[in-house]
Design a protein around this ligand. Structure first.
Ligand SMILES: COc1ccc(C(=O)NC2CCC2)cc1-c1cc(C(C)=O)n2cccnc12
Length: 121
């Protein structure tokens, strides 16, 4: 079927959506799926100045706000670092963030991304 202009995804958006899906799989408890709620995380919005989560990243992809892969990677790092800042080491969230950051960045290395073609140039 012929894709309508509105359905035609920009190559970068298609790549970022694929990378996002792979990262989300590494968050089975969905701790990073939605914005952190101050009711469950006392003082969160005063401690974390720039909150970030997977649903916000998805919305930014859909709104074509990412102009490069690096901007996408920066938001992923921000999301993980926020969790390691707010949550004390040893907590389930700090450990999940540290693990997610490590696994995620390993998926986002040039060696892993090169097979996806010249889109990144
Ligand atoms: C979208 O955020 C969440 C969604 C669900 C849960 C959750 O199911 N927590 C249960 C595990 C023990 C209660 C936790 C969180 C959560 C993430 C976070 C992060 C990412 O800092 N957080 C911090 C303090 C308290 N709760 C959370």
């Amino acid at each position: 079927c012929v894709l309508k202009a509105s359905q035609k995804r920009r190559p970068l958006s298609r790549l970022l959506e694929q990378l996002l899906r792979n990262l989300e799989k590494r968050d089975p408890n969905q701790f990073f799926a939605w914005p952190v709620n101050d009711n469950f995380a006392p003082g969160y919005s005063t401690i974390i100045r720039r909150p970030m989560d997977f649903s916000t990243i998805k919305q930014k992809i859909d709104d074509n706000e990412y102009k490069s892969l690096n901007c996408f990677i920066s938001d992923f790092k921000l999301m993980c670092n926020n969790a390691m800042k707010y949550n004390k080491p040893g907590t389930v969230y700090h450990k999940a963030a540290k693990r997610l950051l490590h696994i995620g960045l390993r998926q986002l290395t040039p060696q892993k991304l090169r097979p996806l073609g010249a889109i990144l140039t």
